[in-house]
Ligand binder design. Sequence first.
Ligand code: NAI
Length: 522
Amino acid sequence: MDSDPRVNQSLPLPCATDVGVIGAGAMGAGIAQVAALAGHRVRLFDTGMGRADAARTKIGETLVALAAKGRLEPTAAAAATERITVVHALGDLVNTGLVVEAIVEDLAIKRALLRELEVVVGTEAILASNTSSLSITSLGVGLKHPGRVVGMHFFNPAPLMPLVEVVSGLATDPVVAATVHATATAWGKAPVYATSTPGFIVNRCARPFYAEALRLLGECAATPATIDAVMREAGGFRMGPFELMDLIGLDVNLAVTRSVWEATFHDPRYTPSMLQQELVAAGFFGRKSGRGYYIHGDAVAPPPPDTQPPQPPPVRVQAVGGGEFVRALSARLAAAGIAVAAAGDDEPAGGEGLRVGQTLLLQGDGRTATAIGAALDRRDVVVCDLALDYATCTRLAAAPADGCSDTAWSAAVGTLQAAGIAVSRVDDVAGLVVLRTVAMLANEAADAVNQGITSAADVDFAMRKGVNYPRGPLAWADALGAARVAAVLRHLAAHYGEARYRLSPLLARCAASGTRLGDFRR
Ligand code: NAI
């Protein structure tokens, strides 16, 4: 992305510039590989005995394997490996033009390293940090030239993930940030600018993806397997939140949440989950420890999500309202040979949905089915979750109102099944699963834009390229309408009575004016 005018003013560092990489762990090794493939000579340093040598060997093997698969010229693979040299002292980084540190995530240790480094490299050299949570402003404190300290935040695995957040602290020279941005582009990456605030863009804006799932689990609304299946099959996310936390490591995920929460002076939006803390205390870290939200191992079959048993299809369905939910479901039902008619004027209002006999199958709006039913003075109400695309989704979460009859529930399930959609029953929670998650993701993204941390275009780009979201949160909110997303959040705030669900001023503004979040410019 080059939505920031600074990008056009700076050129990438030429390939002749030597790059230093400090820390040869998961991230440092990946960054060294990227820089070497881009044509730089790379000097790799790690204080751990044999770590840098092991990383270089591993990079060589990876590049040979890529060449064997035809993804790289064999000569390019060999040349890139040749360009990586292991060095054994910080002093060996003399005459490098860019140093990227990817050492342990500890402010004091990183600061000490940068102070030592400053006297080794020339005054023009850029000192970049791959930190995922520490303040870039704080990292530069005490240096003679803090203007050259910048965040260059790659995502794991660095060779594969396109996003790089270029993070400026208060003292960072804009030309330094622009040079790193241009260099990341030259390395085949997709950089975005961010300011140094807790979690930068992605780690902040992704918090609700985990937090809302943990809230649902904490309220016993559904199992992790059900929530994951709904987020994948209805929400279009590549992985569900629990399987992703098991992959990342519950300890790592909790540490990031905690660091954002602490850095924001305990903003309730980021309050960590006690449930997750308990699992971490037990040593249930996820895949790496064999147990997290799931039990892992070759002999263990993953638990199935809740999938309602088959129910008879409806004979006749009436459509109430004409939005995307009704249009797509009506088309799917009609394709299955089920007659769908528009509801007459005598139909009771009650939002958008389908009427099957006495059953109202409504699209969720952030209220519980019970609250919607009470407002309509009806009990046979079933509320459906949001889908990325109602025309193609294979599963939907649904919840019956308290007092909804078994017959009415069966009619709702049979209708969705007739449209080719598996139904996962969740408890009657406000905002269901995908709807509350997407509303909170959009709210967080809007707040990051409102606070000048990033632009509307970059936040969506970052969430797609950094964590593979199927749609940018602001684009998603614009597709639903900012007013509808704002209404969902207001319902959640009223339901829980917590500041956690407060509306971002930008979302409130777009909802009131009818303008698109994605078009917001200051
Ligand atoms: P890691 O534990 O795999 O590697 C860190 C390496 O740094 C180790 O090999 C260690 O021996 C070395 N090291 C520690 N102190 C050193 C020092 N003073 N001088 C030289 N080498 C030193 O850690 P990982 O995962 O590669 O993370 C590194 C940095 O990247 C951290 O700041 C982390 O927050 C950040 N990061 C991590 C991501 C991830 O998914 N693992 C994603 C994005 C950023």
